[in-house]
Design a protein around this ligand. Structure first.
Ligand SMILES: [Zn+2]
Length: 177
């Protein structure tokens, strides 16, 4: 199950940073038993040569694919043989989870260190200091601000932090062993 979830996370990650063409190319490469040339990837993906090059370049920057160079015997130009860099993918995913964890912890700290006031009409949310500066009135519509109990937000954040910490710990253990 964790494997399946990692794969979904990875695809989501690729979609966000490289786009749909990146997902397509990554899937072609991961379904291929052997290395693939740019030209084969163009053929299989039905994407333009330019799109394929761009996506491969970005996938490579993210550490998800790797290549080997060789010279074309006909015109002695370089040709590139691409494959998925499985050894690095787990590391990349782990780094990404750590970045998410850091953001979640910062958000939790912010929620724990502040008191919040919200406008019941337009849902503007202010910290106590900001609310005080505005005489506890909404800066947008002038309505009286109301104290917000953020305990459920904090609880949700805390459980996300714990879950992610646990996942990271397990994955680090399996990367070492
Ligand atoms: Zn308002």
């Amino acid at each position: 199950m964790s494997h399946e979830k990692n794969r979904r996370d990875l695809m989501e990650f690729i979609r966000r940073y490289v786009g749909d063409s990146g997902v397509k190319i990554f899937e072609i490469l991961s379904n291929s038993a052997k290395e693939l040339l740019d030209s084969s990837i163009v053929e299989l993906s039905k994407l333009s040569e330019q799109d394929v090059r761009r996506a491969l370049y970005e996938l490579h920057n993210l550490g998800l694919v790797t290549y080997r160079k060789s010279r074309n015997p006909e015109d002695s130009r370089y040709i590139y043989h691409w494959k998925v860099d499985y050894a690095r993918i787990n590391q990349v995913l782990l780094q990404r989870k750590k970045a998410v964890l850091k953001k979640l912890k910062e958000r939790l700290e912010y929620e724990e260190n502040n008191t919040f006031y919200v406008c019941p009409v337009c849902r503007v949310r202010l910290t106590f200091e900001e609310a005080m500066e505005n005489d506890f009135r909404c800066p947008r519509c002038g309505e009286m601000l109301m104290y917000e109990n953020n305990e459920s937000t904090r609880r949700k954040l805390r459980s996300l932090v714990l879950k992610l910490e646990e996942e990271i710990k397990n994955e680090e253990r399996s990367l070492i062993s």
